[in-house]
Design a binder for this molecule. Sequence first.
Ligand SMILES: NC(=O)C1=CN([C@@H]2O[C@H](COP(=O)(O)OP(=O)(O)OC[C@H]3O[C@@H](n4cnc5c(N)ncnc54)[C@H](O)[C@@H]3O)[C@@H](O)[C@H]2O)C=CC1
Ligand SMILES: O=C(O)CCC(=O)C(=O)O
Length: 517
Amino acid sequence: MDPRAAAIFRERGIQVDEKPGLTPEEFKAIIGDYDGLAVRSSTRVNAEAMDAAIPRLKVIGRAGIGVDTIDVPAATARGIVVMNTPFGNSITTAEHAIAMLFALAREIPAADQSTQAGKWEKNRFMGVELSGKTLGLIGCGNIGSIVADRAHGLKMKVVAYDPFLSPERALELGVDKVELDELLRRADFISLHTPLTDQTRGILSREALAKTKPGVRIVNCARGGLIDEAALKEGLESGHIAGAALDVFMQEPAKENPLFGTPNLICTPHLGASTNEAQVNVAIQVAEQMADFLLLGGITNAVNMPSLSAEEAPRLKPYMALAEKLGRLVGQVAGADIRSVAVEVEGAAAELNMKPITGAVLAGLMGTYSDTVNMVNAPVYAKERGLDVKEVRHEREVDYHTLVAVTVGTAEGDKRVAGTLFGNRAARLVDIFGVAVEADLTPRMIYIVNTDAPGFIGSLGTTLGKAGVNIATFNLGRRKAGGEAVALVAVDDPITPELTEELRKLPGVRQVVPLTF
Ligand SMILES: NC(=O)C1=CN([C@@H]2O[C@H](COP(=O)(O)OP(=O)(O)OC[C@H]3O[C@@H](n4cnc5c(N)ncnc54)[C@H](O)[C@@H]3O)[C@@H](O)[C@H]2O)C=CC1
Ligand SMILES: O=C(O)CCC(=O)C(=O)O
């Protein structure tokens, strides 16, 4: 990685160790001491590596685009953010693809070798022009679009197969959006620019290659698994495929490959992103993004979390703390049978990016069931549990300048808690299941529902006192005089299961839940 990455981390006060070439064992032995891991494409980060890295590792930064070398679902499940740098090397990679087109069209590597061997084989190397030919792009995102632009400059006609390319964008790029079969039938040159996913793996399969135009030339500067290498070899040997230029291979590093030595094959060792400019770009970007996350909570270009700019992060931080506490409160009190969650924001909160607030509610709520939940994996846990999550932004006039409310749907009906920020900083609960209260949510609390009756507070205080539990603050609310009342008691000492049982036996008590925040 370009040394500028390390320089940026250091400038921002983050200690950096550069450890190229570690064995998996060496890696696992040390990775537990780091908050962040920055990698290029040759470092594979699998679930086992992550297990050695948690609980400390918070972020993996990929100085590049493809994250197929990182087990993203495993990172998400372990609460680790994965970030990439989606634009820093795209021009460079597109230029490599164009260089490969020229190299194929004019057989430059073979001509170079022959010339330097003193053969002067002027008649052997008869090329083809790019001008007027049809280029088929499989994948037309950032890199594919740049390739299309450059190909237009070379007077090529460009067709693209990309299910996610909108007709408007295709028009803007001047490419014909076509189905894969049509592309295979029409293209004189094919260039691949998709990520490697379950849908794209083997997209140029044996069957697909058989449908290509005789004499087609193929460029792959995306990922190795996209082409069936054995079928490509046969196509090159039979002459149906006039040439192939590969920067990427099914197995990398590709020190041996059955394709090597096949006629009209050009290979480079995954050099797509290897220019000074691209490496400086991605190194700077990955270091800035990781530092923003580790120091400020800003999230840019994460592939497993919504974005949160470094400017927004400080404003959202107190809201996320409030949201997490509300989620935790409702998770502890409402029981396990939660089927849906609605997060509502009103007043100043309604002007903010809601995703991190919802993420924090889910982290608090799901954190009731698992110690390893955080903002990254909470939405996945929620989905796995079949929770229906809804976000509501109210524009109405409200009593509080800012309000976050969480309603959970349970078998016994909806249950809602709401909180505000006091002085724009401190989280304060203002409503618990329809009872107005004013309570700070402190590390140890007890939630008690009882029938409003004289003498209850005295007996509660006496029981806690006898158990050696000091009361820090006491907050009360009730639906009506003599009706259901709620007490939120902040305490300095732990509440044991025995004490909880004793409290449940006090006259008029309906529910006791020890809470932790
Ligand atoms: N050789 C090298 O050194 C480099 C290789 N790459 C590879 O290039 C790939 C593309 O990069 P970008 O253009 O920046 O990504 P991108 O995300 O901007 O574009 C990928 C495009 O592929 C399309 N796509 C997804 N599934 C598809 C499918 N089943 N069929 C057809 N199209 C599909 C998407 O809709 C998207 O438009 C990266 O994922 C990476 O693997 C990237 C940089 C350097
Ligand atoms: O880091 C590299 O050189 C590989 C770049 C790449 O493949 C990517 O960014 O996806």
